[in-house]
Ligand binder design. Structure first.
Ligand code: GDP
Ligand code: GDP
Length: 444
């Protein structure tokens, strides 16, 4: 039902990000061009032998700050311990076993979670160098695994070990038909309240899933609208003092929940309007290519005049300009006003994010669009678009073949995206256009 979380922990520069990037491959940054969102992803889904799990690069959690390195490492280790099911503890054979490694090991051991020691930068294949055996001194149950993140060697052994330590829910297949809904937003926006309201007495808390020790609280609900699994990011806070200390964690929690979700409910406190933190959290959903509904909560607490909703809409569209596709709903978790409508929106956004359009229809649309607005040209060379096809869903992804990527300006891309939305809808879901250049470069 929910995927295990695997965190990579270790001193700076041991190669955590290198491994992370290698393992998640092309999944990095699904939706490009999010203005104002430049943060690299630190959570991503990975797969090994048909097993899927969520990989966390804890090194990416701390931006270059003035915090001391030991403090950063402690934070990382704490996050890993609090959220992960399995921890990959990465060391560096070139640096050897250092005092800092031993300190991290002590922190990790206290967690009782399964630990796999990865000794990185063993770049030469063949016999292991004697330095490798130092790492046995760390005293973990499992033998250390040698790898080179740079070359990719040894990562298979590492993943085998990781998968062995993960507990997979063997009933994974009954996931069909369940919509995973992440409720994201800053503290006190009303995330827990809305889940309580929407689930009412049907609420079933699924916390300790298939032997995992994760702190996240999932709530499964089955009603006349469908079957839903609500991922409550607020629930984690209540269970873990560690995370309370650092404000940034609301963003990290959101990140993790979003990765597991089909649809995100972005909860905004009507009294505060859209804050910078809200923008960041919304950006995570957008960047991950997930469907999103903007839920303005505490509407009961707002004094209304004739134009309040329109003005509010305008403000939201300006602040969250990169997600014009997301529907907005005004609710009160307190009084229950309009809360039931959220289910319809969820179903709709879920369906839209999985919609497939035939290649024939897409190319009719493309021809029509090009007739209405001619593709741009530069220095006598004109953009030619040959063909367009949908390659995947969630988010709907379209590949467009043309003669020149360079000529495919952002504005024309935006225009085509708008044509797609005008014709087919895709309400609530980001869509992705992938531009591919195809031979024939001499076209004038
Ligand atoms: P992080 O701080 O732990 O995330 O480390 P990075 O992934 O940023 O890597 C730190 C440095 O080590 C970079 O210069 C990498 O290119 C290098 N590096 C990572 N993995 C390997 C490896 O397997 N072999 C070698 N020789 N260098 C590596
Ligand atoms: P979370 O941190 O996002 O989970 O927020 P909570 O659900 O714990 O709610 C934070 C506070 O806002 C609580 O005191 C709630 O009673 C209050 N609250 C939540 N929803 C509403 C609402 O619709 N209207 C009003 N007036 N207060 C609300």
């Amino acid at each position: 039902m929910s995927k295990p979380i695997v965190a990579i922990v270790g001193r700076p520069n041991v190669g955590k990000s290198t491994l992370f990037n290698k393992l998640i491959g092309e999944r990095r940054s699904i939706v490009e061009d999010t203005p104002g969102v430049t943060r690299d992803r630190i959570y991503a889904e990975a797969e090994w032998n048909d097993r899927r799990f969520i990989l966390v690069d804890t090194g990416g959690i701390e931006p270059k700050s003035d915090e001391t390195i030991p403090k950063q490492m402690r934070t990382q280790a704490e996050i890993a311990v609090a959220t992960a099911d399995v921890i990959v503890f990465m060391c560096d054979i070139r640096a050897g076993l250092l005092a800092d490694d031993r300190d991290i090991a002590i922190m990790l051991k206290k967690s009782g979670k399964p630990i796999v020691v990865a000794v990185n930068k063993v770049d030469k294949v063949g016999e292991l160098p004697y330095e490798f055996y130092e790492f046995y001194e760390l005293g973990f149950e499992r033998e250390p695994i040698a790898l080179s993140s740079l070359h990719g060697t040894g990562s298979g052994d590492l993943l085998d070990a990781v998968i062995e330590e993960c507990h997979f829910d063997e009933n994974d297949t009954d996931d069909e038909g369940i919509i995973n809904v992440a409720v994201i937003g800053k503290p006190n926006a009303g995330k827990s309240s809305i889940i309580n309201r929407m689930c009412g007495e049907e609420r079933v808390i699924v916390s300790d899933i298939a032997g995992t020790t994760r702190d996240a609280v999932d709530t499964r609900v089955e009603n006349s609208h469908g079957i839903y699994n609500f991922i409550d990011t607020a629930g984690i806070r209540r269970h873990s003092k560690v995370e309370d200390r650092i404000e940034k964690f609301s963003v990290i929690r959101a990140n993790m929940a979003v990765e597991r979700a089909d649809v995100c409910l972005l909860m905004i406190d009507a009294k505060d309007g859209v804050t910078e933190q809200d923008e960041k959290i919304a950006g995570i959903a957008h960047e991950a290519g997930k469907g999103c509904i903007i839920v303005i909560n505490k509407w009961d607490a707002i004094e209304k005049e004739n134009n309040t909703v329109n003005e509010y809409n305008k403000k939201i569209r300006t602040s969250l300009a990169y997600m014009p596709y997301a529907p907005i709903i005004y609710v009160s978790a307190l009084t229950g006003q309009r809360c039931a409508h959220i289910y319809e929106l969820i179903n709709n956004v879920y369906a839209e994010s999985r919609r497939r359009i035939s290649t024939g229809m897409l190319n009719d649309l493309l021809n029509d669009a090009m007739n209405r607005v001619q593709p741009p040209s530069d220095k006598g060379k004109r953009l030619k678009i040959y063909y367009m096809t949908q390659t995947s869903v969630a988010p709907p992804t379209f590949v467009i073949f043309c003669n020149s990527e360079e000529l495919f300006h952002f504005s024309y891309r935006r225009y085509l995206e708008n044509c797609l939305r005008d014709t087919f809808g895709f309400e609530g879901t980001p869509i992705k256009l992938v531009i591919r250049q195809k031979g024939d470069d001499s076209t004038k």
